[in-house]
Design a protein around this ligand. Structure first.
Ligand SMILES: *Cc1c(COP(=O)(O)O)cnc(C)c1O
Length: 368
């Protein structure tokens, strides 16, 4: 961990991702202030590429974060082994061969079907959250099964009820219907004498909707500063900034081609820098001849194909030398390359760009 200083330079590593403790904490506060609900922080997929252990350590300093959510029992185990003692919810549910892991590491499953319900009962897993399918059609009990579910949960401690939005960013009508359908399920539970402690439905994109019977939100992308939609009302900031070092600089002659396939041809004499960051580090190959890095707030355009370990950029007229660090994604000085910008260039979503930043890129927690 590097403390205090503004500019980080990691010796011995060719690339690194700075994880801002301050921004992560601020984003959670902003979300809590906006919603007034308990925060279930989603740290699956190595905290969307930010490093699940380090991120969870920061999140557990925040009292409003009541749960950490992971996708699999293995992800929960990693957190427990690192000494994280906050409640952990496994969104992907429980399969028979994971029981031991659930018990040993005190993980809470989201139960989504009768098979999983029976598994929990059979192995006396008591505390569970139950998920209902109100339109995602991935996991969750069907709404018409609610009474059968109620008959079978007498021996369980149902701590939470949940559902999930597939289209909160694109389809308000559909989403509002889901809020109503889920309410009727919550209501059915209450009439049967079940008052689960947590009712949670909203993901990041869902924060713009009012769900007054819910008391927690399950947020991932927004705590990392990603905006699930262009008009997202919470002013969160990007938590991760990815840096990489220049390996070498060289001069090209007019007509020289660059990288595999020679897809860039120099229209004039130019200077280029070779940067130690390629698609194996998580830079989408779609950025070949399209993306750019930042160096002292100036854009260095990507020339030719992104390669596995390196990318070549235009450094004409820029004073840059081997071992200088450029910004691949995130905050440079005043300028920033947003995950959303890159995602748009690649016809995907910021989630995918974040969680594709690979293991080779060293994660460093920084204060600012
Ligand atoms: C990943 C996930 C979330 C978090 O979604 P964001 O869009 O990142 O906020 C919430 N709930 C479930 C069930 C998920 O799988």
């Amino acid at each position: 961990m590097v403390k205090g200083e503004k500019k980080i330079y990691l010796k011995g590593f060719r690339s690194w991702a700075e994880i801002s403790r301050k921004r992560l904490r601020e984003n959670v506060s902003l979300i809590y202030d906006f919603t007034g609900k308990d925060v279930f922080a989603v740290v699956k997929a190595d905290a969307y590429g930010h490093g699940a252990v380090n991120v969870s350590k920061i999140l557990t300093e925040i009292p409003e974060v009541k749960y950490l959510c992971v996708a699999t029992a293995e992800e929960g185990k990693e957190l427990r082994k690192a000494g994280i003692d906050r409640d952990i919810l496994v969104l992907g549910g429980v399969l028979e061969d994971e029981i031991e892991c659930f018990k040993r590491y005190n993980l809470v499953p989201v139960i989504s079907d009768f098979q999983q319900l029976n598994t929990a009962l059979k192995h006396s897993i008591k505390k569970v959250h139950l998920k209902f399918d109100t339109g995602m059609h991935r996991l969750g009990f069907l709404t018409q099964d609610v009474n059968t579910v109620l008959e079978k949960i007498k021996k369980l401690q149902v701590e939470g009820l949940m559902s999930h939005f597939p289209s909160a960013d694109t389809d308000p009508e559909f989403t509002k219907k889901q809020i109503l359908v889920f309410y009727s399920i919550v209501n059915t539970f209450q009439r049967a004498g079940f008052y689960p402690k947590y009712i949670h439905l909203q993901n990041s994109a869902g924060l713009v909707y009012n769900c007054d019977y819910c008391n927690a939100v399950r947020v991932g992308i927004s705590i990392y500063g990603g905006k699930p939609a262009d008009n997202f009302p919470v002013p969160v900031n990007t938590v991760m900034s990815v840096k990489a070092k220049v390996i070498t600089v060289k001069r090209l002659k007019k007509g020289d081609t660059v990288s595999y396939g020679g897809t860039f041809k120099a229209p004039k004499d130019m200077d280029v820098a070779v940067v130690a960051f390629g698609y194996a580090d998580g830079l989408p190959r779609e950025l070949s001849n399209r993306g750019y890095f930042l160096f002292r707030d100036r854009k260095l355009k990507i020339l030719g194909s992104v390669t596995m370990d390196m990318t070549i950029v235009d450094a004409t007229g820029i004073e840059i030398k081997p071992m200088d660090a450029v910004t691949v994604i995130g905050k440079d000085n005043k300028n920033e390359i947003y995950f959303e910008d890159i995602a748009k260039m690649c016809s995907t979503i910021p989630y995918e760009i974040m969680c594709r930043i690979s293991k080779r890129v060293k994660r460093v927690v920084v204060d600012e």
